[in-house]
Design a protein around this ligand. Structure first.
Ligand code: ADP
Ligand code: MG
Ligand code: MG
Length: 883
């Protein structure tokens, strides 16, 4: 078998496509070499050796060593130098390279092959002893740090002391003799600390450095990075050994990094930095301030230090033409590393450049216009979830942040406002036109109106699926949740953070994209939804098969969703309307009524309120489909809990608090999520469903008359497990429909369907479909009921499950394809057996999750429905799924 792939002199054994074995760096070096670009010759040891290394007690295969030596011969021939040769030495760089670039891996070792003899030859041949000793001290420092594990600080200390002693400010001020002295100090340090001398044998150095790269695959930094980015440990890293070229050979030499387009704006302009007489990481390390590559960028930055274009026009011209060549070859923006040795340009790395979402959009649209890529490919280039960044205001990256604490980035975007501690204060502030941040320990359904009124939400307790997080994401309001380093003291109405105590009315800013909490007001960047964004969305819309609807309970949500391109409402949860303002009182009256009489009296008061809600939604959606779900949650959710609340409600209802407490207790359930809820309520209290149906039909007729659009309401019955349940509720709905239409003298069409959120419903879909005209997969409950995991209690153990590798993803965030997905496929297939033209959709949180949307495409659903701010993400994901 073959362990080593060589490249150089216009040829290469590997290709760009083989990142799996060569790693990203090795694969692209091979590709650039075969394109005939100036790449120093080298060889890449494949990732399989990394696997071998760990399976064989951290040893390297002998056969690989032979291949490395053979490859080294080739490099010697191409360069005309000898590895370890004391008259014309070949020096090497040893570089790590995983499949995807991995900061946190081993640092590169440069100038390998230098020792007390070769350093003299290097200086002699270059005619520059200072350069040789500078290279040697760099090598000892890197090798001492990376391979021998001494830590670079000890070397830096020595250098700083020397500079102080000699009165030099910059590294570049040191002379050859002075560097030689530093080398002596470095070597002494190694002997003293490690009890062994710095290795003089170049081959010992080489195997040492190669082994260190493989060992670094398992260093804690690399493990953490892989964990964060879901990179499997089995991938392993490759090692590239390459002939050195020198950017530190005086004023005609330089080293730099560049992007072929601007990575933050996407603008088509070469963008980068370089340093004269420098090596390796000097540019990024910030030791000296680097200079602009192009004259245009220099002028824009206002710098008076010359650009590369100016100081080395020939090398620059060649570099620019290589940039163009690489862009059109890879058909993507490139991130490049290069070095110029005495005027001669060398390419050291190419990869697809990381970029902001804004830049990604511009580059994709521009490249499609340039004919480099097609429209579908442009659509594929954007990571759907990255759109989140674009849809909300963000903190201007140039401003300074006065961070007082941080929590989870629970709902993206940034918001500034005055601190309030209660939902009521938030509502009052909104009425007065003041902007506030609602600060709570945690939130509950009673806070909904206050959450809506706030610019942002901050909680000190709770996770990514806490009430605050889920509701805020749904509303598109920035939220930082579980900021444990902050403390809310409700009694004194203060928020206590790192060294500060803030009171009600003090201004804070939250960054829901990073989880930071900042003191004061900061400059923001507003979302930009026209231009490139609109163009890409347009291409996406032309490509996708599924339609995208929204989950919207309020006119505000519905309008936002329309502006993001929603094509209807897939889920309107009617219960949310009952929490608003005075309504909760009437709702409580209804629930606590002693008999049907009393309930009907309260329902009669709710009817006009519901009707006006629905009318507004129908008008906003202007003929687009609107799915309204009948009352779903267990009734106790609406009831007062504390003694104070009970006293208040009892007073309003003219009841004894004692009696009210008894009724509330009577409604208590041990497991309310599996209790008296969903269609079970409509069966126990048909008058509730009848009132809701009447509100829906009256509103539809009114909206149809107002707008002239054909309004087709879709009424959805929740939590059906038996066909007979649906039959019963549907009969009531149909009866009301006839009554209303007769009264109004206008016929409209409507659909009655059900949510599929119980395994039994999925399995009996062919039977249920006899009564249901559509199915909507309520995957929050379906996941809950399929796993038997309570969604509200999952956070206490799901993360443990993930950490211990029991499950990979949280099934409440990304659909469980194997189990829940299987039930969806079964239900879709069986439903359509009975009713081939049946409309199928999804309305759980998964409807806005890109991976879940891919699944829905495969399962043949007609639409996905998600919260308003995820609509663009869903449009793009649906397009990508269809390509
Ligand atoms: P990273 O993975 O951190 O990008 P690299 O392997 O690209 O590390 O090495 C870092 C830097 O070292 C390069 O940007 C380049 O400046 C320098 N370098 C690497 N190999 C060589 C070489 N053969 N000749 C000159 N400089 C090199
Ligand atoms: Mg690099
Ligand atoms: Mg449900």
């Amino acid at each position: 078998r073959k362990w080593v792939y060589t490249f150089g002199d216009g040829k290469a054994e590997g290709r760009a496509g083989d990142r799996e074995h060569l790693g990203g760096k090795g694969a692209n070096l091979a590709e650039m070499a075969s394109l005939g670009l100036p790449v120093p010759p080298g060889l890449t040891i494949i990732t399989d050796v990394c696997t071998y290394y760990y399976e064989n007690g951290r040893t390297l295969p002998e056969a690989m060593k032979k291949e490395v030596l053979a490859g080294l011969k080739g490099m010697e021939e191409i360069t005309g130098r000898g590895f370890g040769d004391t008259t014309n030495p070949l020096l090497l760089s040893v570089r790590s390279g995983a499949r995807t670039s991995m900061p946190g891996m081993m640092d590169t070792v440069l100038n390998l092959g230098l020792n007390d003899e070769t350093v003299e030859a290097l200086g002699h041949n270059a005619g520059d002893a200072r350069f040789a000793w500078d290279s040697y001290r760099r090598f000892i420092q890197m090798y001492g740090d990376v391979v021998m594990g001494l830590g670079h600080e000890s070397f830096e200390e020595i250098l700083e002391d020397e500079k102080a002693r000699l009165g030099h400010d910059l590294d570049t001020d040191l002379s050859a003799v002075e560097w030689q002295h530093v080398v002596g100090l470095y070597k002494a340090l190694i002997e003293e600390e490690l009890g062994e001398p710095f290795p003089q044998d170049p081959l010992v150095q080489l195997w040492g450095a190669i082994g260190a790269v493989f060992a670094s695959w398992m260093n804690p930094r690399a493990i953490t990075y892989r964990h964060l980015h879901a990179i499997p440990a089995e991938w392993g890293t490759a090692v590239t050994v390459q002939a050195m070229v020198f950017g530190n050979l005086g004023s005609t030499s330089a080293t730099g990094v560049a992007f072929t387009r601007n990575p933050s704006t996407g603008e088509k302009a070469l963008y980068g930095e370089f340093l004269v007489n420098a090596q390796g990481e000097d540019v990024v390390a910030g030791i000296r301030t680097p200079q602009s590559i192009t004259e245009a960028a220099r002028i824009e930055s206002g710098s008076d230090r010359p650009s590369l274009e100016k100081v080395m026009p020939e090398a620059f011209a060649e570099f620019r033409s290589i940039c163009d060549k690489l862009e059109s070859h890879y058909r993507d923006m490139q991130d490049l590393e290069f070095t110029i040795e005495r005027g001669k340009l060398w390419m050291l790395q190419a990869r697809s450049g990381k970029r902001t979402t804004k830049a990604a959009m511009k580059i994709a649209v521009d490249m499609a216009a340039e004919g480099l890529i097609g429209e579908e490919e442009a659509v594929m280039r954007i990571e759907p979830s990255s759109l989140d960044q674009l849809l909300h205001p963000t903190i201007d990256p140039r401003v300074e942040r006065d961070v007082i604490g941080s929590g989870l980035p629970a709902s993206p975007g940034a918001a500034t406002g005055a601190i309030v501690f209660t939902a009521e204060e938030a509502v009052a502030a909104e009425e007065e036109g003041r902007k506030v941040i609602l600060v709570r320990v945690e939130t509950s359904p009673e806070d909904i109106h206050g959450m809506h009124a706030a610019e942002g939400i901050l909680t000190t307790r709770g996770g990514m699926t806490s009430h605050a997080a889920v509701v805020a994401r749904g509303m598109g309001i920035p939220c930082v949740a579980g900021a444990g380093s902050l403390r809310v003291d409700l009694r004194n109405e203060v928020l206590i953070g790192a060294g500060v105590t803030l009171g009600k009315g003090d201004i804070i800013t939250i960054d829901g994209s990073t989880g930071q909490v900042l003191r004061g007001r900061v400059a923001m960047l507003q979302p930009e939804l026209s231009g490139d964004f609109a163009q890409l969305m347009d291409w996406a819309d032309r490509t996708r098969r599924m339609t995208v609807r929204t989950n919207a309970d309020t006119p505000t949500d519905a309008r936002a969703a329309r502006s993001f391109g929603a094509e209807g409402i897939g889920l309107c949860r009617t219960e949310h309307m009952f929490f608003e303002g005075m309504r909760i009182q009437v709702m409580r009256e209804m629930i606590l009524a002693a008999d049907e009489e009393g309930r009907r009296r309260a329902l009669a008061k709710l009817l006009p309120m519901q009707r006006s809600d629905f009318t507004e939604l129908f008008e906003i959606m202007h003929g687009l489909p609107v799915t309204i779900r009948l009352l779903d949650p267990p009734l106790h959710e609406f009831l007062p809990k504390t003694d104070e609340e009970i006293a208040e409600v009892a007073d309003a209802m003219g009841l004894e608090p004692q009696l009210l407490r008894q009724r509330v207790d009577a409604l208590h359930e041990f497991n309310p999520m599996l209790g008296h809820r969903g269609c079970r309520l409509a069966i126990s209290y048909p008058e509730i469903a009848e009132m809701q149906a009447r509100a829906i039909f009256e509103a539809a007729i009114e909206a149809a008359r107002e707008t002239g659009a054909a309004v087709v309401p879709e009424i959805m019955v929740p939590l059906v497990g038996l066909k007979s349940e649906l039959d019963y509720v549907k009969a009531a709905i149909d009866r009301v429909a006839q009554e209303v239409m007769t009264e109004a003298g206008l016929q409209i069409s409507y659909l009655v369907g059900t949510m599929i959120e119980l395994p039994r419903a999925a399995l009996r879909a062919h039977v249920i479909a006899e009564a249901a005209e559509f199915f909507s997969f309520g995957t929050n409950d379906l996941t809950q009921t399929t796993f038997g995991i309570s969604r509200d209690d999952a956070s206490s153990f799901i993360t443990t499950y993930q950490r211990k590798g029991i499950i990979e993803h949280d099934p409440f965030i990304s659909l469980d394809f194997d189990g829940v997905g299987e039930l969806i496929r079964i239900a879709a297939e069986r439903g359509r057996q009975t009713r081939p033209d049946m409309k199928l959709g999804i309305c759980g949180e998964h409807g806005g999750d890109p991976a879940s949307i891919h699944f829905c495409e495969g399962a043949g659903l007609d639409y996905v429905s998600c919260s308003p701010f995820r609509v663009p993400i869903a449009r793009l994901s649906a397009a990508q799924a269809a390509i």
